[in-house]
Design a protein around this ligand. Structure first.
Ligand code: FES
Length: 171
């Protein structure tokens, strides 16, 4: 932890996080509709919901693991994979699709070496597709976090993505 620029005295070890999730979940045991709330908290604490986290929750709430896993898979805002620092969403709504959204998807896959739904090995980006992000008039569009990019040229993607690496260097 010495190289960390943030000074925080919390124990961020995996073990400590799982313990905290277990303790929190135990407080919700037997309360109706608590599973989703607990999963939200757990995702906030751990960052995502791998099987070991789901097991801790199932034990603490005393519900079957299959029930926990079922809820995690059902809701798209729960993730079983680690998330990247930034989320890229390429629009594949009708307007964007016909104006080249698919080319953007292919280019991002090549540039970042990720498949849809995956996170880059350096945990910089999570790559997703969306149905419509409200910029149909200027298709094809994509977003990175809250920033919407319109009329995206696949050949300019590299420059766009580089900015997110440069930002980090400037800090
Ligand atoms: S279809 Fe892509 S922004 Fe609406």
């Amino acid at each position: 932890m010495g190289e960390n620029t943030h000074t925080c005295c919390c124990d961020h070890s995996e073990e400590a996080l799982l313990k905290r999730i277990g303790e929190l979940a135990a407080e919700y045991k037997g309360k109706e509709g608590s599973l989703i709330q607990v999963l939200h908290m757990a995702q906030g604490i751990y960052g995502y919901l791998p099987l070991e986290v789901q097991k801790v929750i199932a034990d603490a709430l005393d519900v079957p693991l299959a029930e926990v896993s079922g809820v995690v898979t059902f809701y798209s805002f729960f993730s079983t994979q680690p998330r990247g620092e930034h989320t890229i969403r390429v629009c594949l709504g009708t307007a964007c699709y016909v104006r080249g959204g698919k080319k953007i998807v292919e280019r991002i896959k090549d540039l970042l070496d990720v498949e849809i739904g995956e996170t880059t090995a350096d945990r910089k980006f999570t790559f997703e597709v969306a149905r419509c992000i409200g910029a149909c008039g200027l298709a094809p569009a994509m977003s990175i976090d809250d920033q919407v990019y319109k009329q995206v040229n696949p050949d300019k993607l590299e420059q766009i993505l580089e900015r997110y690496y440069e930002e980090e260097g400037e800090q």
